[in-house]
Ligand binder design. Structure first.
Ligand SMILES: Nc1nc2c(ncn2[C@@H]2O[C@H](COP(=O)(O)OP(=O)(O)OP(=O)(O)O)[C@@H](O)[C@H]2O)c(=O)[nH]1
Ligand SMILES: [Mg+2]
Length: 471
């Protein structure tokens, strides 16, 4: 006999079997319920086992936080140093990403040059080329037309990289997920910003090449073919003095954008190009969602503790930040990255917000977050190399951060000043006294970053020891 809950209970009413159920239907339903319960119990058991395993291993969970393009995923690339085989396999997959980075940089320049050509060729009256004062020629026009074939390479690269991954190809799948999101965004961008002749139909067709996850760089697929054929034209565009002058006047600093490889064109456009580890650190691939990476790290001072580290890398764009919260609960430490070179830039997702201001707001939220009070926060003032070249080229910090005042406009003074600002927030917003750990970093610099990460590891190890003594 079925026991029925009182009908006043709305959940019981929803879950109650239909009144006109036949014996056969009832038997089937009960079997399905039994199977569902077995499945649910098995999942509970798995979760319990996993929790116990984590406890006994004392897994360290390190969260990487910061706005988009702050350098979180780049910092994470250092975990690959602990797994050389995986790193070698991943490098091949990065080839397509780096080729895409090259094409995007060239497109940025092309859009600027084509814009200037359009203005220059506009009927007099509409011509405001006086802004540029750079006289472009027929040869520039022909060069741009030849380079529109890169559009073909770009589309193919995006399709190739976002093709369904083979089973077990976790990294390729992660890249595919990210690229398909990027591609969707790029489609929107193109509609808004791309010149008409950029959309010219493909001039030549190639059969689709093999997927980019093969483990050697010695094959030639369609994008590699196109990029290789156009390498001289790309180099001519990038080194042309008039184009350089045009970019300078429009304050477009391609060399400071993420994924910049134009000074290595000859190497990265070669048919047998295979990325170096340095290339992988410099490549740009936006993170969507949250990824967790597990690796083993030796901790000599605390051998019994935390052999297993989990690094959580999150997407930093505003739309991604709600996904951070669930990871606050059991985090062991946080590295917060503030790319201080971005003081004169705005967020890609909201062009009304200055990127340095956004980093400061985020830092306040992290320092003041109740769930994170027990953790030590480690701050990376990142992209110091770009900050240095930006200040040296004459961009003034005081124009964007008024309180910087008359201090010398150099990297030492700028970093010292911004460090003191972040420190003051740390003091003011933390609800208990905690030490301020801050490093000036360029996380693409392998040697420097290895040293800094070793220091970070020591900070966290000490923290574990103190905590375990307190327990
Ligand atoms: N020159 C220089 N480039 C850097 C530095 N840190 C990161 N980059 C580059 O900046 C770009 C963005 O870095 P990512 O690590 O992808 O940024 P992210 O914080 O993971 O960004 P999201 O995934 O969008 O949240 C990459 O092309 C990196 O190579 C740095 O210190 N100096
Ligand atoms: Mg990332």
């Amino acid at each position: 006999m079925l026991s029925r809950a009182p009908l006043s209970d709305p959940f019981a009413r929803l879950l109650a079997p239909p009144a006109n159920e036949t014996p056969a239907e009832r038997q089937m339903r009960e079997e399905m319920e039994r199977a569902a319960k077995l499945r649910s119990d098995a999942i509970d058991e798995e979760l319990k086992k996993e929790r116990n395993a984590l406890k006994s291993k004392r897994v360290m969970k390190l969260l990487l936080l910061g706005q988009s393009e702050s350098g979180k995923s780049t910092t994470l690339q250092f975990q690959l140093a602990y797994t050389p085989q995986a790193f070698k396999a991943e490098r091949a997959t990065w080839r397509g990403v780096i080729q895409l980075n090259v094409v995007r940089s060239i497109r940025l320049i092309l859009d600027t040059v084509v814009d200037a050509l359009d203005r220059q060729n506009a009927p007099s009256g509409d011509d405001d080329s006086s802004i540029d004062h750079v006289q472009l020629t027929e040869e520039h026009d022909r060069l741009c037309r030849r380079l529109t074939r890169l559009r073909d390479a770009e589309a193919r690269l995006m399709a190739q990289i976002s093709a369904p991954a083979e089973e077990g190809d976790g990294f390729a799948q992660r890249i595919a997920d990210k690229i398909s999101q990027d591609a969707a965004q790029a489609r929107v961008d193109k509609e808004l910003a791309v010149r008409a002749n950029w959309k010219q139909p493909f001039q030549r067709h190639h059969p689709p090449g093999p997927r980019s996850s093969v483990d050697a760089g010695d094959y030639v697929d369609a994008p590699t073919d196109i990029i290789n054929e156009l390498r001289q034209d790309m180099a001519t565009l990038w080194t042309d003095p008039d184009v350089r002058e045009l970019l300078r006047r429009q304050k477009i600093r391609v060399e400071e954008t993420s994924g910049f490889f134009l000074n290595d064109l000859e190497r990265v456009t070669a048919r047998n190009y295979f990325p170096t580890s340095d290339d992988v650190l410099r490549a740009r691939l936006k993170t969507e969602g949250v990824s967790e990476y597990v690796f083993q790290m030796e901790m000599p001072q605390a051998r019994e503790h935390a052999a297993e580290w989990r690094i959580i890398d999150v997407g930093g764009a505003r739309s991604q930040r709600a996904a951070w919260m669930p990871f606050f609960d059991d985090a062991s430490a946080i590295i917060f990255l503030a790319p201080i070179s971005a003081f004169d830039q705005v967020l890609a997702e909201d062009r009304s917000v200055n990127r340095l201001e956004d980093s400061v707001t985020l830092w306040k939220q992290i320092c003041g977050n109740k769930l994170l009070q027990r953790l030590e926060l480690i701050l990376f003032l990142n992209k110091m190399d770009i900050l240095d070249s930006k200040l040296q080229s004459g961009v003034r910090l005081a124009k964007y951060v008024r309180s910087f005042g008359e201090r010398p406009n150099d990297v030492e003074n700028a970093a010292k000043y911004l460090r003191s600002k972040f420190h003051a927030i740390h003091r003011e917003y933390s609800s208990r006294p905690r030490k301020f750990y801050c490093f000036a970093t360029s996380v693409t610099d392998v040697v420097q970053t290895s040293g800094i990460l070793a220091a970070v590891r020591d900070i966290i190890t000490r923290q574990i020891l103190v905590q375990s003594r307190l327990l």
